[in-house]
Ligand binder design. Structure first.
Ligand SMILES: [Zn+2]
Ligand SMILES: [Zn+2]
Length: 260
């Protein structure tokens, strides 16, 4: 059976085809007892993969969301964020980018497995349960995807961040606006240290083009910047900087399914 067929059927959500091609775990493709439904990740993953999830729980750095052991009551910044100027207000991820979640993100980004957007959007919903984001008002908050360069988007077929925004928007009632554009194609960030990453990213984002007289879509609004994974935070910082300085955003909170 061609490998893309189960993914295609998973994407269409066809119950009839589940009989022919039984539902499979999104991370390891082991057959599941029942078709995935409901909230992530319990329904989407086999038992082994569920147990392999590393949830991010408090206490965590009030800036980058890095979790720490122990019972820290007062808000704190980790040694990595202390003294570092970051343009976003804080970052929050649902779990570690390890094991099954790393496999899912990899399939979503590099194997065109678009069906992965559903469980990953479920993880984003979990990240949104952070108490600092209680009672998000759809009038005040916008979802903004991290833009891809048009060439990379053409090669990949979609922008994974925008796909996640769309599902998250449906689940939360928040509006997605493509407030940024990527003006330069950069070499991949993997393998670069933090300083080199920041240099690699400088000036690559700009506010999205607008018609004359059209207001900036995030002017005076708060932004949830949505991405699949947060590693050093360099990309998120650069996006937040442009959103605040050039697009008029108030707060920028970074929400990712996972963190490195
Ligand atoms: Zn599995
Ligand atoms: Zn930190």
């Amino acid at each position: 059976m061609p490998a893309f067929l189960p993914r295609l059927f998973r994407l269409t959500g066809s119950r009839l085809l589940d009989v022919v091609y039984p539902p499979a775990c999104f991370a390891c493709e082991t057959a599941l007892q029942a078709a995935p439904s409901g909230e992530c990740p319990d329904a989407w993953l086999c038992r082994t993969c569920q147990e392999g999830l590393e949830w991010i729980k408090a206490p965590l750095c009030s800036m980058c969301g890095e979790p720490f052991d122990g019972a820290e009551a007062a808000p704190f910044r980790c040694w990595n964020c202390d003294g570092r100027r970051l343009a976003f207000d804080f970052a929050r991820a649902a779990c570690r980018s390890a094991g099954p979640v790393r496999d899912m993100i990899h399939a979503f980004k590099y194997r065109r497995d678009l069906a992965q957007r559903a469980p990953l959007a479920g993880l984003l919903q979990r990240a949104l349960k952070d108490p600092r984001l209680a009672g998000l008002n759809p009038e005040e908050w916008r979802l903004v995807p991290v833009p891809l360069h048009p060439l990379r988007q053409f090669w990949r077929g979609y922008n994974q961040s925008l796909e996640l925004c769309r599902l998250l928007g449906r689940a939360t009632g928040l509006t997605t606006v493509r407030a940024l554009r990527r003006v330069r194609l950069t070499r991949t960030q993997a393998g670069l240290d933090r300083v080199r990453r920041l240099e690699n990213l400088r000036g690559i984002f700009e506010p999205a083009r607008r018609w004359p007289g059209q207001p900036a879509p995030v002017q005076g609004k708060n932004v949830l910047l949505i991405d699949d994974v947060l590693t050093t935070g360099a990309t998120a910082h650069e996006c937040a900087r442009v959103l605040k300085k050039q697009a008029g955003a108030e707060k920028v909170v970074v929400i990712t399914a996972a963190r490195g």
